[in-house]
Design a binder for this molecule. Structure first.
Ligand code: B1M
Length: 220
């Protein structure tokens, strides 16, 4: 019992330290803690969800309360990106040959890419071939990528209420290009909802990266 309690304390201490390292933008420290946590057999999903994603949510809350400004958000985001690169190999679930092609990007006007990268990483880990168009992707760029890559899935991310409507423009552009029936469209990101997905005629919405993988598998 005593050993079990000590183990639980170590786990929560490492998660807390990781949470704070990302919050304070300490990339090197965050990477070291992840390496240590993996050695101590913490699960990659626990590290990701409790230590990293929770920390970014706190960054957002501090920004809303006026305690953090854009530079602090940016520094925390950099720490998060670098820490993710350490975790990436551990998020892979299979080494299978590609089971489908996914074109992914963050919509026009939007520079947030951590959630989008995470979705891409987990899909790649599940055996999908990913073409990442990056951020601030126009409707024309999405359409051209679908046409050229013969993608099975078009995956769009938006983090701002002001850029979310650009998802609708992409669906319309696909219709206009005669490509809508050739590809399944999925959407996600903090302000996005299931009902918005239905409203714009997307094929599905996922609230997080692991459910995006499940959704893609279901759609294909
Ligand atoms: Co900005 N930002 N930001 N930001 N930022 C938010 C989104 C905000 C909610 C903060 C807040 O006020 N609480 C707010 C948006 C408000 C709104 O629209 N309602 C905001 C704002 C206002 C802004 C600026 C306008 C600030 C300014 O300049 N005054 C500006 C806009 C710039 C632009 O894009 N044009 C801005 C800038 C930035 C930075 C550049 C500094 C930085 C981004 C750096 C980067 O991404 N490389 C940043 C950050 C870091 C954030 C917060 C703090 C964290 C976002 C994040 O990475 N979360 C964010 C606050 C928050 O989200 N609570 C905030 C972690 C990530 C794993 O979660 O991306 O939600 P998320 O992804 C999730 C799910 O949403 C889902 O899966 C992931 C989890 O598994 N998901 C999908 C995401 N995409 C998906 C796609 C799918 C399926 C699921 O299928 C295709």
């Amino acid at each position: 019992m005593m050993i079990f309690n000590m183990l639980r304390e170590t786990v929560s201490q490492e998660i807390n330290e990781l949470f704070n390292a990302i919050l304070e933008g300490k990339a090197e420290l965050a990477k070291e803690i992840i390496e240590e946590a993996l050695i101590n057999k913490l699960s990659p999903s626990q590290i990701l969800n409790q230590g990293m994603i929770a920390s970014m949510a706190e960054v957002g809350d501090r920004f809303e309360r006026g305690e953090y400004y854009v530079p602090e958000m940016l520094i925390a985001a950099r720490a998060m990106q670098q820490a993710l690169s350490i975790l990436k190999p551990h998020l892979k679930q299979s080494d299978l040959a590609a089971v489908g092609r996914v074109v992914i990007g963050t919509v026009k006007g939007d520079l947030h890419d951590i959630g989008k990268n995470l979705v891409g990483m987990l899909l790649e880990g599940a055996g999908f071939e990913i073409r990442d168009l990056g951020t601030d992707v126009s409707a024309e760029q999405f359409v051209e990528a679908v046409r050229g890559d013969e993608a099975d899935i078009l995956a769009m991310s938006a983090l701002l209420t002001t850029t979310m409507p650009n998802m609708k423009s992409v669906v319309e552009a696909l219709h206009n290009a005669g490509l809508r029936d050739r590809v399944k469209v999925i959407i996600g990101g903090a302000p996005v909802t299931e009902s918005y997905s239905q409203e714009i005629g997307a094929d599905g919405y996922a609230p997080d990266a692991s459910r995006a993988v499940k959704l893609v598998k279901t759609l294909l």
